[in-house]
Design a protein around this ligand. Structure first.
Ligand code: SF4
Length: 1013
């Protein structure tokens, strides 16, 4: 017998009346009775907001509950606040000895088994059943059942529709094949659920209708709409349960008028026939919401999402300037301000940056995707290692990962040890890494390198990891593989002390991921445990990680960040709705990947004989979202702001259009428009960096590393952007400069600062066996050795002899040079042809010698790799100065007329002569240096690069104009750069922004920030 029940629809005129209605029907004076009531909310975030709102409403003088009861008791007990899913779990817990509830992982494993059985029975799918497809099939099955459709009904309706077109339409044939496959999978799946030791949601629903609960739920308060209006709403099967659940005596559905008028009212009347309708009480004299206008516009327009949040921070600071004080400052950790978005991402990621930079606390109860956490990426390294058969880059990345530790003799290998191993392995790029590791440990080199011990320890750790992972990669039962992966992760997990908040979060993420692996392993043991390989297991794990989220830690209070659904349950004095772009408001409903929407709408049509044609699901959703938006406009007790951005960074900086929802805002009832003139407002320094740069510096606003940095910064009198106040040990004239480094300063002062002052290593591209630096060293050595013995000029007569001799020198260098010794034969041949040339291309040596022969200059002597060291005099517009300098000139050719020319080899391009100082400085210094020779003085005649990337090879210092002028310009540039370095001016100022593409410091220099300012 069905329990008689009272079913009411409480119609609320706005969100404030909606919340008061919840407070009124869901607050009890008796805690025991409250235990039999559930309030259905859309999400966990909505629950948190609703609890706060109800507490607030309980203690204000016109508490609706106090009006509703005459007992005089002040005790208010709250019922259970549950999402739809939690409602089922709660009712399952109240049944007498029910079978356990199957987890999502178990259901998916059962579905995998059903799918394999179907294929074995000869029903082939028209697609490949990959791990990512199984959740989609399961979701489709759940939708069918929640729409109150059986598998038989699905088969009948869809097959009937498709069979009509099958003769003419290939697409229909494919859909029919798909339907046969899905129907068969669903039947196998249902049978497996029945045979298992558990229940799923659908079996539980059937059980709840026939088996009364030990302690029934007597009162259900529905505050969510239906599925057509919200993805967290109730399904037809849920409404059916509400009408027939034994023991249920009262159902209260609460909705706003806006939402009801969007189409929900008809659907509720249809789902809950005979429902009584009542108007909720409302505040007699509600405060009108003030829609704050900026620059005469109802909606603030900024560049991107980050600026939207910074603008909110600015509003908060303005609002709090005259606000309540807490302790020793203005209290800005107030939770009466809300930022409402349609989708949490990327706002939640940006909030940390934007609000953090402004010193405005914020709070959110949303979760972030697990897949975006660093530990999930670290897990990727484990599988990448086995997939690439332990490629050097993958293995080194795994050993370096801070999430893992690899022990050797009970101590973890260090970053330096792994780097030493990396350098060692880089010498054998084509060799199998595990074999090389074994060789390294078995045959120590005759002449061990200085970091041999470091390499050995890292090699031992690497080989152990390789052996463990190789064992895994051999395949086996799925559950065994999952357990072994988990074992590997647990054995090598980094130990954190758990005191730091970052570490707590890491531990939480790690535990969640380990939990996924554990649950998958257990589900396979219990239901279906096929043979698989590591690649399949990883694909499966990844699918699960991508669907999980991890809760953000949030216990500090502050501006509330929440989505539109949850916002409906909050109570705020200031609300800013952000991201009002066409793409998000309304949001597109996700579509089925199996059938066209029209076909599904016909399948799920609730009443076959309907007076009106059914609305498409997207139309119903759009209308509901518009209704929710209009409700949100009246949510605040005081101020409302609307915000939109123009550039969408998620869509490659595409320009975006405003949402159609913000049209016709002037017709809003109960809203006052309050213009805000930002220009006239008190200036507020929004970001901490602005406060530090522009205002009186208060060191107490920053802590830890930032505080340390600030004390360094304050030690310098000049805080302008271009000054870096890192201590320079030798700030006097005692600094020795090198033209190469000064050239680096001229290319970009920050690049110099990062490399020379901070000592940061430049991030370099991976080279194959031979780096340009090594090749350049060999070239210098070959030419030095050759010219040492070749005294005279090179001309057409002796060029062949010169080439032969040079080839001999090259062979010697390639066999004796340490870095060339390890070259395999094939590589050595390649390098040889690079230096000597081939039929297709002239070699480097060939080009240098032929160039010298073409010049036909008689040479008295050649000074090779000539060292310059000491104080040299340089001319500038303000007079002559001495600077200490150290450098090596590649070659100085002394000519018969007592002049000389400077030659510099460049394997790449010659530098821009307007920025280069090497040639003029070498020329000037060489002249001063050679003046002391017994055969001196010598006068500079010329200077040029031999640049091998240049077709003509020669790149002279003086292209047009005077030599003197070129030398003067070079000295002027050099001295200006020297002054800049003395004064520690290191701004981000690339001389040729194009080169930033190849700069190894681009990730640390904040070039974009400077460009934007
Ligand atoms: S990326 Fe460009 S601006 Fe940044 S340090 Fe390098 S050269 Fe300078």
């Amino acid at each position: 017998m069905i329990t008689p029940r009272r079913t009411r629809l409480l119609r609320a005129v706005d969100l404030r009346a909606f919340q008061r209605a919840i407070a009124e029907v869901a607050s009890y004076n008796d805690p025991w009775t409250a235990q039999d009531c559930v309030v259905m909310v859309p999400t966990h975030v909505a629950t948190e907001q609703l609890k706060r709102t109800l507490e607030y409403l309980s203690f204000i003088p016109d508490n609706p509950k106090q009006h509703a009861t005459d007992t005089g008791s002040q005790l208010i007990a709250w019922p259970h606040f549950v999402t739809r899913r939690a409602w089922y779990t709660l009712m399952h817990g109240r049944l007498k000895n029910p079978l356990r509830l199957l987890t999502d992982v178990e259901r998916e494993v059962l579905l995998q088994s059903a799918s394999e059985d179907t294929i074995r029975s000869g029903v082939e799918p028209p697609f490949e059943v990959r791990p990512g497809l199984l959740p989609e099939i399961l979701t489709f099955y759940d939708i069918l059942r929640r729409q109150h459709k059986t598998v038989n009904a699905f088969e009948r309706v869809v097959t009937e529709q498709l069979e009509r077109d099958v003769a003419l339409d290939r697409g229909a044939r494919r859909l029919l094949e798909q339907t046969r496959f899905l129907v068969s999978v669903f039947r196998h799946f249902e049978q497996k659920i029945e045979e298992s030791d558990g229940l799923d949601e659908h079996a539980l629903r059937a059980l709840l209708l026939t088996n009364p609960c030990l302690q029934p739920v007597r009162h259900v308060v529905v505050t969510v709409p239906d599925q057509a209006a919200s993805e967290n709403g109730l399904w037809p099967a849920d409404f059916d349960l509400l009408t027939r659940l034994p023991g249920l005596e009262r159902v209260d559905v609460i909705a706003t008028e806006q939402m009801l008028q969007s189409g929900l009212l008809e659907r509720i009347r249809e789902r809950l026939p005979g429902i009584e309708e009542e108007q909720c009480s409302r505040l007699t004299d509600p405060t009108p919401v003030r829609l704050m206008m900026v620059d005469g516009k109802r909606c603030r327009v900024v560049r991107d999402r980050e600026e939207e949040l910074i603008a909110v921070a600015k509003d908060v600071k303005w609002a709090r300037q005259d606000g309540p004080e807490s302790g020793d400052g203005v209290d800005i950790a107030d939770d009466s301000t809300a930022v409402v978005f349609q989708r949490p991402l990327p706002y939640l990621y940006l909030a940390k940056q934007a609000f953090g930079a402004c010193g405005v606390p914020f709070e959110t109860f949303d979760a972030l995707p697990l897949a975006a956490e660093p530990y999930a990426a670290a897990l990727d390294l484990v599988f990448a290692c086995t997939a690439s058969k332990f490629a050097r880059a993958d293995l080194v990345a795994l050993l370096r990962s801070p999430h893992f530790k690899f022990l050797v003799d009970e101590s973890a290998v260090t970053y330096e040890e792994v780097s030493a191993l990396d350098r060692h392995l880089a010498q054998f790029p084509y060799d199998d890494v595990p074999i090389e590791l074994k060789r390294l440990l078995r045959e120590p080199p005759a002449e061990p390198s200085p970091d041999h011990d470091l390499t050995q320890r890292a090699a031992r750790a690497a080989l152990k990891a390789v052996e463990e992972l190789t064992h895994l990669a051999s395949g086996g039962r799925t559950s065994v593989l999952l357990t072994s992966v988990l074992q590997f992760l647990t054995n090598h997990a980094t130990v954190y002390d758990g005191t730091d908040s970052v570490d707590r979060r890491l531990l939480q993420v790690r535990a969640t991921i380990h939990g996924v692996l554990h649950d998958l392993g257990s589900a396979h043991v219990s239901h279906h445990d096929p043979e698989s390989d590591l690649g399949e297991v990883w694909a499966n794990i990844r699918v699960w990680i991508e669907r999980r989220a991890v809760q953000l830690e949030s216990d500090q209070g502050g501006v509330q960040l929440l989505d539109a659904q949850a916002a409906c349950y909050g109570c705020f004095s200031s609300v800013t709705i952000v991201g009002l772009i066409e793409k998000d408001w309304p949001q597109q409903r996700s579509r089925s990947i199996f059938y066209p929407s029209l076909m599904l709408e016909q399948l799920f049509q609730s009443s076959p004989v309907s007076e009106k044609p059914p609305e498409s699901s997207q139309v119903a959703r759009n209308r509901a979202e518009r209704a929710r938006f209009r409700d949100l406009l009246g949510l605040s007790n005081d101020q409302l702001r609307l915000s939109i951005f123009t550039l969408d960074h998620l869509d490659q900086d595409a320009l975006v259009n405003p949402s159609t929802f913000i049209e016709n805002l002037e017709t809003l009832p109960g809203t006052e428009v309050s213009p805000v003139d930002e220009e006239a407002r008190h200036p507020v320094r929004i970001k901490i960096d602005e406060a530090l740069m522009l205002g009186t510096v208060d060191p107490s606003v920053v802590q830890e590393e930032v505080a340390e940095w600030l004390s360094l910064r304050l030690a310098s009198n000049d805080l302008s952007e271009s000054k870096r106040s890192f201590s320079h040990e030798d700030q006097s004239e005692g600094i020795t400069f090198s033209p190469t480094r000064v050239e680096r300063y001229l290319a970009c002062p920050f690049k110099y600062f990062a490399g020379e002052e901070l000592g940061l290593e430049e991030e370099r591209e991976e080279f194959s066996r031979v780096s340009p630096l090594e090749r350049g060293t060999w070239l210098h050595e070959i030419l030095e050795e050759f010219y040492k013995d070749w005294r005279g000029a090179i001309n057409d007569e002796n060029i062949d002899l010169a080439l032969d001799r040079c080839a001999g020198v090259m062979e010697k260098v390639l066999t004796t040079h340490k870095t060339a010794q390890s070259l395999p034969q094939a590589e050595r041949t390649l390098e040889r042809s690079l230096f000597l040339g081939s039929i297709a291309k002239r070699g480097l040596i060939d080009r240098v010698l032929r160039f010298d022969a073409e010049q036909g200059l008689a040479v008295v002597d050649r000074l090779l790799e000539h060292k310059l060291k000491g104080k040299f005099k340089f001319k500038s517009s303000s007079g002559t100065r001495s600077v200490s300098l150290r450098g090596v000139v590649d070659r100085i050719d002394l000519l018969p007329d007592h002049t000389f020319r400077v030659v510099d080899y460049k394997l790449g391009q010659a530098p821009n002569p307007k920025l280069a100082v090497q040639l003029p400085i070498y020329a000037v210094c060489s002249e001063q240096d050679l003046a002391d020779r017994p055969d001196g003085p010598w006068k500079v005649k010329d200077a040029y690069y031999l640049a091998f990337k240049k077709e003509r090879l020669e790149a002279p210092m003086v292209k047009k104009g005077e030599l003197e002028q070129a030398l003067d310009d070079g000295q002027q540039r050099f001295l200006e750069a020297v002054d800049g370095i003395f004064q520690q001016e290191f701004p981000v100022r690339p001389a040729e922004p194009f080169n930033c593409k190849y700069c190894g410091y681009s990730t640390v220099c904040r070039k974009e920030y400077v460009e934007d300012s």
